[in-house]
Design a protein. Sequence first.
Length: 293
Amino acid sequence: MLSLEQVRGFVVVAEEGSFRRAAERLRMTQPPLSRQIQKLERDIGVVLFDRTQRRVALTPAGTAFLVEARRLLALAEAAPSTARLVATGRTGTLRIGFTAASGIAFLGRFLNHIERALPDVEVALSEQVSAGQLEDLRSGKLDLALVRPPIDESEFESRLVFAEPLALVIPQDHRLDIEGPVPVTALAGEHLLVFAPGPARYFADLLTRVLADVHYTSTHQLTQVPTMLALVMAGRGLAIVPASTGRLRPHGLRFRLLDGVDEQALLYAVWRREQANPALRRVVELLPTLPPG
């Protein structure tokens, strides 16, 4: 095993080109320094210096080792400062999960806010449905999840970060392509794309409440909003999605708010009650200061 003392001694000898001057610079005598370098050469199995009575020069192996030795010393010198920054949450890695729909209106704004406040925190993203994110929170694969309710408050802490109305997605020139909000009762008799009650439970339950008094035909059960938009384009039915989806401006589609619907699509930031990532603590503290979208 190499010691930092050996590596530092090697670098100083290489820079001074003399054991005597290197020993003076290191405030030690020359014999211990010579023994230190000899032991280093035995440990790594190569000769690092060509020694003459007048000068000391690096061998080719020594020249290559000098690059790595300097890098090792730089890391060693930076390590305490890095550890302190990690401990305070000002650097490190934060693993964030998000749903496809949340990526449209909220995620970019959230990431920019984190970057401005904590520029040295690296963010790793994972796109998943809410159920998958919560499972990865439990297993420790994620630090923070952007999910739809319900949320087990006995297991997780959470904060509401975004709420938005629902919008009807229709093809251009559809009979419901009218000015202003569309009455929800006008959907009677229409073919609607709906959310699968398992993986997309939140939106499935939400639309069940919204459409409770509407007699419609269900065509396909889906989990992802982009897929819904593609099928509306293909004439497979209409869809009800978070209004922010309209920011994608898909060609040939119209987005209309629904009249008589108070329900909103809610998005929560969720994290484990027992967590040890200091960067997560810093980001959670940022949530109340997030600029409005």
